[in-house]
Design a protein around this ligand. Structure first.
Ligand SMILES: [Zn+2]
Length: 313
């Protein structure tokens, strides 16, 4: 098999939990033994990463999540300042282009789970001020906005959930459907307020996990101008966790006319990676597998970079 180098492929990924890991084990964003760091990202031809602020509500005393969210934001800002030679914080597509022109990794922000903002529109506004571009309506645990794929999965958006989604779109923050319950997904999509995104979710027809997207969900994402990010978590890839299994997800999304709606959402530092991978440096193997399958460079550049850039404008 051909072996393309990191330096020959672009990279724009919608989800990693590395900042949460930095906050809790003191690792550096610059270089660490985890699945992703700035040093490795800088080896791509050009790289952009959406970094999630994330905390599992069950592991924090009630009423402390907003403090935790602010703490992780401070850690992120400090890491950006300490690594200004490698990376720059970006809010927009224009920022990303400028970062790449300067030879830097583009770093963007998301919040995984509106409970980190106390499900509060005012704190959402604060996050918008920080430059946060995406907020997951829920993580795994049910919150005041909606049921999730694992807790109260039959419950859709509450009235507060609808108001929060509307406020997010109004602030230029995309509500993220990954982790939402199925009814929550449809409640959000049917509000029809902007691109629907699922930063780190695969095809349920290929791997029947409730964290993955049904065909109709993916079509709704596609028709809204949004994207779904391909997740490298072995449980969401399914099968024997091989690259052939990942190719099956891509093939399936392409059969649904998804060339402009599929992107990357690796879930780095938030999962057990499939394919025997240990980190983001292994991604060229997926490019090779897809190229060997017959996908041309323009199509792969859309999946690996352009589709995220378009959505974040
Ligand atoms: Zn997640």
């Amino acid at each position: 098999m051909a072996c393309i180098s990191m330096g020959s492929i672009p990279y724009f990924d919608g989800h990693c939990d590395t900042v949460s890991a930095c906050t809790h084990d003191g690792r550096s964003l610059r270089e660490n033994g985890g699945q992703l760091d700035l040093r490795r990202l800088s080896r791509f031809q050009k790289a952009a990463q959406i970094f999630a602020l994330f905390a599992n509500a069950e592991k924090f005393p009630a009423g402390t999540l907003w403090n935790e969210c602010q703490k992780q934001h401070e850690v992120f800002l400090r890491q950006m300042a300490e690594n200004a030679d490698l990376a720059v914080f970006c809010r927009t597509g224009a920022d990303v282009a400028a970062a790449h022109k300067a030879g830097r990794v583009a770093a963007l922000l998301s919040v995984e789970g509106a409970e980190l903002l106390d499900c509060d529109p005012e704190k959402l506004e604060t996050a918008a001020g920080w430059g946060v571009r995406l907020v997951n309506v829920t993580w795994n645990h049910v919150n005041a906005l909606s049921g999730t794929n694992v807790e109260q999965p039959d419950r859709g958006l509450t009235d507060r959930g609808r108001a929060f989604v509307q406020a997010a779109y109004g602030l230029g923050i995309l509500p993220d459907a990954s982790h939402l319950s199925d009814p929550g997904f449809w409640d959000m999509a049917e509000m029809n307020l902007g691109p629907v995104v699922a930063t780190h979710s695969n095809a349920r027809a290929v791997c029947g996990h409730s964290r993955n997207l049904t065909d109709d969900m993916f079509k709704a994402i596609r028709d809204s101008g949004g994207v779904a990010g391909l997740n490298m978590y072995e449980d969401f890839i399914g099968g024997a966790h091989t690259l052939d299994d990942a190719v099956r997800h891509v093939d399936h999304f392409m059969e649904l006319d998804g060339a402009k709606a599929l992107a990357l959402g690796g879930d780095w530092d938030g999962c057990e990676l499939a394919f025997g991978w240990t980190g983001v440096q292994d991604l060229p193997a997926l490019w090779d597998a897809l190229a060997e399958r017959g996908y041309d460079r323009a199509c792969l550049e859309d999946i690996f970079f352009n589709n995220w850039l378009r959505v974040l404008g």
